[in-house]
Design a protein around this ligand. Sequence first.
Ligand SMILES: [Zn+2]
Length: 121
Amino acid sequence: MENINTQYFKEKLEAELKILTEELQKIARINSSNPNDWEPIPAVMDTLESDKNEVSDRIEAFEENKALTKELEIRFFNIKNALKKIENGKYGICESTGEQIPIARLEANPAAKTCMEHLEK
Ligand SMILES: [Zn+2]
């Protein structure tokens, strides 16, 4: 079994988590009743001043925020999960088979949950 330099991967994961958090904070906030959920910040609708085009632009922007939040949120919690595994000494173990994930795969994706061939399709 190869020795995984968890400190190295921890730093990589933390750096990525920081960037993701900053990206998420621009468009979303932590759900006040569920810390495991980011919710997109609703568009401000000032219907008195906005014309119809502007309202539809804002709705569209909000829909884009929702989609992006979802995508970033998945990566955010994957990374959180990987950091937790480092704490528990379970980092780099394939969730599908329990074998060690190849270092090259972790290098490419430090939050990988399984080896390439055991990816859930
Ligand atoms: Zn595997």
